[in-house]
Design a protein around this ligand. Sequence first.
Ligand code: SF4
Ligand code: SF4
Ligand code: FES
Length: 229
Amino acid sequence: MEERKLIPIYVLGKKYMVPEGSTIITALEYAGFKLKKGVGCREGFCGACASLYRLPGDYRLHGGLGCQTVVVENMHIVQIPYTPAPKAVYDIEELEPDVSVFNRYYPELFRCVSCNTCTKICPQELNVMDYVNAMMRGDFETAAELSFDCLMCGLCSARCPAEISQFLCAILARRLYGKYLSKKGEFILQRIKEIEEGKYEEEFRRLMSLPLEELKKIYYERDLNLEIT
Ligand code: SF4
Ligand code: SF4
Ligand code: FES
């Protein structure tokens, strides 16, 4: 097997030699860190692996997903396995899609100073400031659409000078939009009915009996352009 060149990186200020081309997560593991927090799917979907880093000769503090960001020589890394953010508890059945819900549950939203720091750091390249502004206007549809691909990594919140929990506000906006404002998808109701009637039971059982490797193969080869019928 071809040996990969080792390059220096710094984790919490300490130097480690790791294989070139590694992601931050695989580099940390190569360096001996046993990650119990700050990692999940390893595929760029779960948002658990938020990382902050600086690059040589660059004064800026960058953010990214540890499982997607490839290390570079002399990179300085800090993991952010969790962004402390106060999560409001509410019963969606009792709420209305009105801007007053943010006044009640996330009043800090209205402290936004439009600095755009959140947009710049978002690893999903979401226009975070725009969805924050949409929520402040009570425009649930725009907020839901602009925040739809949020992974809840928390980087926007960690960097926000107004200490807003953008991702938690956005999930409230999407819930309210989905429940009260969006057009109902008839095909979803139909599919739920089919599931309840047991139409897919046999297929579920077949999938559950397959070895992991075969399941993975089916998953990665699935047709993402399936027409919903
Ligand atoms: S980082 Fe905070 S204050 Fe700045 S634009 Fe985003 S939400 Fe507003
Ligand atoms: S909006 Fe915030 S929490 Fe969501 S993916 Fe972007 S940086 Fe992460
Ligand atoms: S581990 Fe899930 S997004 Fe990185």
